[in-house]
Design a protein around this ligand. Sequence first.
Ligand code: ME8
Length: 649
Amino acid sequence: MERYFLTTAIYYINDKPHLGSVSETIAADFVARYQRKLGKQVLFSTGTDEHSQKVERTAQNLGLPVAEYTAQAAAAWKSLFDKLGISYSRFIRTTDADHVKVVQDMFQKLYDHGDIYKGSYEGWYCVKDEEFLLESDLVGGKCPHCGLDVQHVSEANYFFRLSRYQDRLQQWYEDHPDFVSPEARYNELINVIRGGLKDISVSRSTVKWGVPVPFDENQTVYVWFDALINYATTAGYGTERFAKDWPADLHLIGKDITRFHGIIWPAMLLALEMALPRHIFAHGFWNFEGEKMSKSLGNVVDPAALITDLSSMIGVDDSLAVDVVRYYLCRESTYGLDADFSSQRLLLRFNTDLANDLGNLLNRTLNMFSRYKDKLGGQSLEPKMDVGRVFETAIAAIRADYDALQFSAGLEKSWGLINLLNKMIEDDKPWALAKSNDFVALSSHLATLLTGLWYVANLIEPCMPTVASRILSAINRPQSNWIDLTWNSPGPMVPQVDSTVLFPRIQPDQLERFLSAQTARKASATTQLPSQSPAPAPSSAEELVTIDDFAKIHLRVATILEAERVPETDKLVKIRARVGNEERTIVAGIGKHYEPADLVGRQIVIVANLQPRKLRGITSHGMLLAASAGEEMALLTPMSGLPDGADIH
Ligand code: ME8
């Protein structure tokens, strides 16, 4: 079986996880699951970076022995990753005994080969970023990366002969234009190499909480040197397995640590005569509603709190809330570039992509199946081949996106398939097929939906593992890798209709509670004024009405509580809707386009002050608004949930 080895950066143990940092592990989990779907055996590592003076100090401040503090903090990171559904093969801690041994072996080997030598360092050090800095690196006397104060350091320590590998590294970059991506990062790094590399300090005499230098008891290994080696430990350096798993196929890291991974690490590997990683991908940063996420601004998004807010206020369980967050992070960013977290956008994605498009497709399919299954008798379930061809072509394109780590583009294409199925329901009108006793067409329609959903669930599994497995259990079909997906008869189907309703639609009061909880969590609220845009000119020479004319019409938001067909009509649906404090009945001519059951819970826009009128003996109090073009019709609905009764201006 083909193997695939990928890694995330390992997290500073004394930082609290935030949405930005865990987004890296979620993206890596996406890749790991995707590679498994291609039939590969995946080795996937993540973990914690535990040595350094700042860790020792944090433990002291907490009054804990440092080993106890790191054990607790590592357990918290690990349990968060478990909650997020991260399918790591190893959660590595740099305090693990096998890792300490690998670090010491490598340090010794480099020393024996003359790649490490004793010298003395005089200069600056940033404790936050654990980085040695030149005077010329400083910006206003502070660290150029985090902006914090730097320490002046003067100590005897060991140096790694980075300068010795400059030419070979440059050659490597020139021969491997895909070594680092995005391209901008590759260019940045090759320019640094061309500019010349200096030897770097790789041990500390003043830090006690570190891996001891094997041949000098007064020194510990520099934390970055120790941390980078975690990738070799995970692959089983020094054991038989190593030959199979080395080198890494992918190091996934953030844009702030490219020099360590793209220059120092490959030079260490060249010195150790070990193969270089196949690919390094440096992603961008998540900001918070336009600002950099930072503790001092009080705007870091706590992933655990976000999941709690989503599950308790929107009414989904924790593992579904996790998938909502995973989907949002992967869909809402162009991977490699910076992205901006927004609670509003998260809810919009929830309502449109998850509740409306995907949730609705599953519910409609299962409802139809339970309604019509008795009528299908002995009909064989043959999915439509033309739809199957569209799916097969899309999978090839989605693979190309995921191979390039373009998660959003691949998900967008998967949603193209979901909406193809939704549109097929509108076009085929299965309720009309049932009415006209066309059971051959009806069974093919249902088989296409079930097979399509089987594909969809397996396609979105890398992003949303819980959603995928719930869909699969609802339609009673197995997990499958992508190679074994075949567009053929789903066989006798026994969907488990009870386990439906993946994502209940967000009700207005839930929406408000979620948004206000998010706002309350943001310590430094910034107020942004909506931008003023000029009034658009009328698009044609239609008869103009004055604002006073328009003000006579009261448009309001209503929520549909019940919907049923008016007996003996194709077109009319009787709706019970809540408009503010009152409930009213509205009869609407939408029966050819919507299944009444699908309307319940939806928000619509109604003309509230229309004179009542009788249709088929039922008095209709108001009219709902829909747009139509030819045969197509779509109900108008607010883009995000609102209290019903809300006025429309
Ligand atoms: O740098 N958005 O650890 P770390 C996206 N221990 N990614 C972010 C982010 C944000 N807002 N903030 C942080 C270290 N990250 C070292 C790594 S590896 C041998 C040693 C990413 O906890 C960051 O870019 O500061 C990095 O890839 C990862 O989180 C860990 O950062």
